[in-house]
Design a protein around this ligand. Structure first.
Ligand SMILES: NC(=O)C1=CN([C@@H]2O[C@H](COP(=O)(O)OP(=O)(O)OC[C@H]3O[C@@H](n4cnc5c(N)ncnc54)[C@H](O)[C@@H]3O)[C@@H](O)[C@H]2O)[C@@H](O)CC1
Ligand SMILES: Nc1ncnc2c1ncn2[C@@H]1O[C@H](COP(=O)(O)OP(=O)(O)O)[C@@H](O)[C@H]1O
Ligand SMILES: [K+]
Length: 452
């Protein structure tokens, strides 16, 4: 899977330790992090007066290194600290910075650029009231706000906020993104997230979903080899129509719908049939659940097929037990309500919940929302890059299910297909613009595919 790596705190510590054990001291990692932060600040903000707020840990240490580099390049820099450094690496970084370090307090004047190096992945409790007040005051007065690794006040693993956090324009992450960069409610506070390589080997179990690699066209192919998506209609034909249109626009060779009554307004290319042969070996993917309503027999019929499946909406609610998905080679696409209906209240943060749901069901889970996650039973996770909030409108979930079904029918394995669909859905949303409806979203999929 392509995409920027994402590491939770424990995994980040392990990766950092492996680098240290491999002969790269923490001071070198900090030097690279601080230098990368300074470079990002100069590129983004230019040589404007800059105020760095430094905390006691290694996040603060990165700040002292950045201050030294900025000063060395002629940027007017001030540094304010909330406490003396406590780690050896941060102490060394503080000692190597030759400028003044003022205490952070009410008398500290703001600057055009504020850089928050108070806390990073080590924060596990709310900021002190006064420290928080200064961060907010100086942040509001600054023209640009830049966070070192994470905005201070964010829980790195869950994306929870310990208190209100200023909205940053940019966050410079070191080694890997952290889950909070891509989880609500922290995600919008991070602004643009820039990743600095500091020479740590991060692995790729968890990634920010990047542009997918889709199979090329077979010059000798025909409509069935390009992928047959078989949709099962239910009570609300509009929903399955949206899903079918999305599947067709996503490059499936053939899309057909089993429906007992004709559905108006569908493109002529989508076949409507009043039979449903689930043993047809040409089926590349079955799509069930979108607009199914309270006809659980439709789901039961789908589950008799050996073909891979995308199960959406009412189909998820009708499953009853996650274990029914074992051996089904399924992708399920729950929003938070559907997720809870099927799995109950699972412990942990959204990533832990999605991974547990995937393990229990054996299905690839697309846990939707403003911070959509894709979880695989083998522990892989894909985090959606930011998607436009105007996707929150009726029918956009049906479109996502249709894209996912087409990706499966085109031959991608379930996890890759799910990640590809989330990426394409977000880009199609951006291209369709803020006044789109779900039909426009489906129509924008070819333009999203053209980005690849
Ligand atoms: N992971 C890596 O490989 C690297 C990490 N670096 C930086 O190191 C950061 C993590 O450093 P640390 O583990 O020192 O953690 P932090 O700098 O985030 O926090 C430091 C210490 O502050 C204390 N603390 C936590 N919450 C507090 C609160 N509310 N009020 C007062 N004190 C509090 C804790 O005891 C913690 O040990 C990363 O975010 C990154 O910026 C870089 O130096 C380079 C290498
Ligand atoms: N605030 C938001 N920002 C970005 N994407 C969102 C937001 N809210 C919802 N979405 C996306 O829109 C889609 C909504 O799907 P769903 O809740 O199933 O709606 P429907 O059933 O009406 O299609 C999902 O893909 C979800 O990730
Ligand atoms: K920070």
């Amino acid at each position: 899977m392509s995409g920027r790596p994402i590491l939770a705190t424990q995994a980040m510590r392990a990766a950092e330790q492996a680098a240290i054990d491999g002969g790269t001291p923490i001071e070198t990692l900090m030097e690279r992090a601080g230098a990368a932060l300074a470079e990002a600040i100069i590129r983004y903000a230019g040589p404007q007066p800059t105020l760095l707020l430094c905390g006691p840990g290694n996040n603060g240490g990165d700040g002292y290194v950045a201050a030294r580099h900025l000063a060395g390049r002629g940027v007017p820099v001030r540094v304010a600290a909330i406490a003396e450094p406590t780690t050896d690496a941060a102490k060394a970084a503080r000692a190597a910075y030759e400028g003044a370090v003022e205490p952070l307090g009410d008398s500290m004047a703001p600057a055009k650029v504020m850089v928050d190096c108070l806390f990073g992945t080590g924060l596990k409790r709310p900021l002190d009231g006064d420290v928080h007040a200064q961060l907010v005051r100086l942040g509001e007065a600054a023209g640009l706000r830049i966070a070192c690794d994470l905005p201070s006040g964010v829980d790195s693993d869950s994306g929870a906020l310990f208190g209100p956090v200023p909205n940053f324009d940019m966050t410079v992450a070191f080694g890997a993104l952290k889950p909070a960069h891509r989880l609500m409610p922290a995600m919008p506070a991070c602004g643009r997230v820039v990743l600095a390589d500091i020479g740590i080997d991060t692995g790729t179990d968890w990634v920010e979903i990047g542009p997918p690699q889709l199979p090329g066209l077979d010059p000798a192919g025909h409509k069935y080899t390009r992928g047959l998506v078989h949709c099962l209609a239910g009570k609300m034909p509009g929903a399955i129509a949206l899903a079918a249109m999305a599947a067709a626009r996503s490059g499936a060779g053939y899309v057909r719908i089993s429906t007992s009554r004709p559905i108006d307004g569908l493109p002529a290319a989508i076949a409507q049939i009043d039979t449903a042969d689930m043993s047809d070996e040409r089926i590349g993917c079955i799509l069930v659940g979108s607009g199914m309503g309270d006809i659980p027999q439709v789901l039961t019929l789908a589950l008799t097929s050996k073909a891979p499946k995308v199960i959406d909406a009412d189909g998820i609610g009708a499953l009853g037990e996650p274990e029914r998905l074992k051996g089904q080679n399924a992708i399920i696409t729950p929003h938070a309500g559907e997720f809870e209906t099927l799995f109950g209240t699972l412990p942990g943060n959204k990533v832990e919940q999605a991974l547990e749901a995937s393990r229990r069901s054996g299905a690839v889970v697309i846990y939707k929302g403003p911070d959509t996650l894709v979880a695989s039973p083998d522990g892989r996770a894909g985090f959606a890059p930011p998607a436009p909030a105007w996707l929150a409108s009726a029918g956009t979930g049906d479109v996502l299910a249709g894209i996912a079904a087409a990706m499966v029918a085109r031959g991608l394995p379930a996890f890759e297909a799910a990640c590809a669909s989330v990426w394409l859905h977000g880009r199609a949303g951006e291209l369709a613009g803020p006044h789109m409806v779900a039909d426009d979203l489906a129509a924008a999929i070819p333009s999203a595919l053209d980005l690849l």
